[in-house]
Write a new protein. Sequence first.
Length: 133
Amino acid sequence: FPVTISIQFLFVDCAQDIAEVQKEILGYRDHEGKFQRGVLEMGQYLLTESYSLDPIKYFSQIEKSWNYFKTNFKNSSYIYRMTYIYATTLLKNNKFKEGKEELGSIIKNDKAPSYIREMAKNDLNSLTDSAKL
C-alpha cells in the first residue's frame, strides 16, 4: 500500500514513478509551460537568505551557494535576489570591484524587479558617495 512522507511542502508517495518524484524535487514545466519551483531551488534560496544575515562569517557558504544557484537555476525568479545577496556579501568582505560589477549587472538588467534594481542603485551610490569623502 502507498506510504506518504511529508517533509515541509514535499509529499512523496512511494508508489509514484521516479520521474514524478524528481519533478517535485527539481521542478518542472506544467501543461501551460509555466515553471513550477522545485524544493531544491527554494531550499537553496532560503539557505542563502539565512547565510546573508552574517555575510562575513558565512562568506564561503554564500559564494558556494551563489555559484550552485546560478549554474542550476539561472532562470529562477530568485536569481536577481541571489545576485543582490552575493553582491552585498562581496562588498561587506571588501571585494569592492567584484561587488560593484554584480550590482551593475542587476541595474543594467531590465528583467530584474524594479525594487531590486533600486536597492542595487542605492548601494552603488552609497559606495560612490563614501569614496568621495
